[in-house]
Design a protein around this ligand. Structure first.
Ligand code: ADP
Length: 277
């Protein structure tokens, strides 16, 4: 770390920042101002290039940290960005800003580049068919990884086919609009600045169905009921949204199955069982 700080001409006292689960994160200083520095010892520079790109996309709608420098270093990669001092804020403002993000539209689902979900690949090949995009580029990609890690059993595959049929039966003909998504919207990836303005960090952007961000927000807690109520007031979700949130949470559960292992197996199986009902 000292060499990296030296390379970036920063002072050699880095304060470790917790809260993320992927990178080493630090508050660092050049003696005049603070910066937020992320380092990953194994990833390539493209990993942080994807983050820089995603933050730029979000900056059209919401507050994100400015990014200053990124690249390879000592076999790994780093990203240096603006330090934003955390403060207190209102969940209604967070809902308002998320709805602003979801107000940015595209013609197709997907994105101009592939990126990462945690450390795993997220494929964003453009498509005009939402369910095809979701099943191929979101679930299919993670299932392939699960398969390679011996976490995708024949039983899971059988239930998955029933689950897919169930989704198509319920919402196969519903039309969805591609809107900008944060893509990894859990409570650790948003905070308030000292003026109470919501800040969005660590995205996995693409254009997709906006309920995906709501689904992630409701998966691991950390958002108050007020958040979802306010969002509903500003940008109501259509009938059946509660069930669809479960369908979208499935993507994030698969990612967790792939990263953390069978401790997420039961949760994965509970969603898959919906198809048998
Ligand atoms: P990781 O990629 O490891 O998940 P994050 O980008 O999510 O790391 O950052 C980890 C934590 O650091 C976040 O939960 C957030 O609280 C805090 N954080 C992120 N970006 C900044 C920033 N620019 N300024 C201050 N704190 C930040």
């Amino acid at each position: 770390m000292d060499e990296l700080l030296n390379y970036l001409q920063l002072q050699s006292k880095a304060v470790p920042i917790g809260g993320g689960d992927i990178n080493q994160a630090y508050r660092v200083t050049d003696g005049k101002q603070n910066f937020f520095l992320k380092y990953h010892p194994q990833m390539s520079a493209d990993f942080f290039q994807a983050e820089v790109d995603g933050l730029a996309e979000l900056s059209n709608a919401v507050r994100v940290p400015k990014t200053y420098q990124h690249g390879s270093f000592a076999g790994g990669a780093f990203l240096l960005m603006e330090w934003i001092e955390p403060g207190e804020g209102d969940q209604k403002d967070l809902a308002r800003d998320l709805s602003k993000l979801h107000g940015i539209k595209a013609i197709k689902f997907g994105y101009k580049r592939n990126n990462f979900m945690g450390l795993l690949p997220q494929i964003n090949t453009r498509s005009s068919d939402w369910w095809d995009f979701y099943f191929t580029n979101r679930l299919g990609v993670q299932i392939e990884i699960a398969n390679g890690r011996n976490r995708w059993t024949a039983q899971r595959e059988k239930n998955y086919q029933l689950f897919k049929e169930w989704v198509y039966q319920n919402w196969g003909t519903m039309s969805f609009e591609p809107t900008l998504l944060h893509g990894d919207f859990w409570s650790g990836n948003t905070f308030f600045d000292v003026d109470g303005q919501p800040v969005f960090v660590d995205p996995a952007v693409s254009y997709g169905h906006r309920e995906m961000d709501l689904a992630m927000s409701q998966l691991f807690g950390g958002f108050r009921q007020e958040f979802i109520d306010s969002y509903q007031e500003i940008l109501p979700m259509r009938e059946g949204w509660q069930d669809r949130l479960t369908v979208y949470q499935f993507y994030y559960l698969l990612v967790h199955l792939n990263i953390f292992g069978e401790s997420y197996g039961d949760a994965v199986d509970r969603v898959l069982a919906l198809g048998g009902k």
